[in-house]
Design a binder for this molecule. Sequence first.
Ligand code: ARG
Length: 248
Amino acid sequence: MKRVLSLMLVVIVAISLTLTGCTKTSTKIRVATDATWKPFEYVNEQTKAIEGFDIDLFNAIAAKAGIEVEYINVAWDPLLAGMAQGTYDAAISSITITADRAKAMLFSDPYFAAGQIVVVLKTNTTISGKNDLSGKKVGVQLGTTGNIEVDKIAGATSKPYDDIGLAFQDLMNGQVDAVVCDNPVALFYVGANITKLKTTGNVFTDEQYGIAVAKGKDDLLKKINDGLKKVKAAGTIETLSAKWQLGK
Ligand code: ARG
């Protein structure tokens, strides 16, 4: 009986040592995303799950890098602020790499090229690009590069929204004259409202999306970049662009 008990004790100690070992080696990181940006990150109405191009991409990177991920849905403004304060380990959210943001957070290698474009009502005949936005009210997502670009246009008034979907809603209701946002997102909304909306003029900025990593987490950045390299080499960017219909 004594022998059986001590054997059990040995087994229990062995199991708990293995378990502690596991929790130590596997890293679960907190990844922020503002899931209001179809088709890159959005909440599936039915399942309530966060999905999209960025989520697929980050999952693929995480698999290569051996990291476990917890996604945290957070609005765009607090996402950038949280990344600057180290509230999250990383963020994937169609984030344009800018010199200004790079002061407050680290960025991975670029993974997607995008740029700003103007969307108007299909019936609109007066706005044919960003140069016609003077004197107009323009819907943008607060704090995005679209917001920054519209604010640079003399005479244009930006109307910031937390959710770009609401800006498109207001465009269709006649509350704003135009919407400016990243071209793949613009194309998504135009596609979903093809009888009402159109893009007008050219893509007028050159932007690159990057994964943001909190300052000081250089090891994580390296893991993400290594994973991204592998994922790119496997053709995953093209596969996911096709899956999410990001034809440009
Ligand atoms: N690319 C733009 C920027 O970095 C817009 C990104 C908005 N992303 C989002 N998930 N809402 O400013």
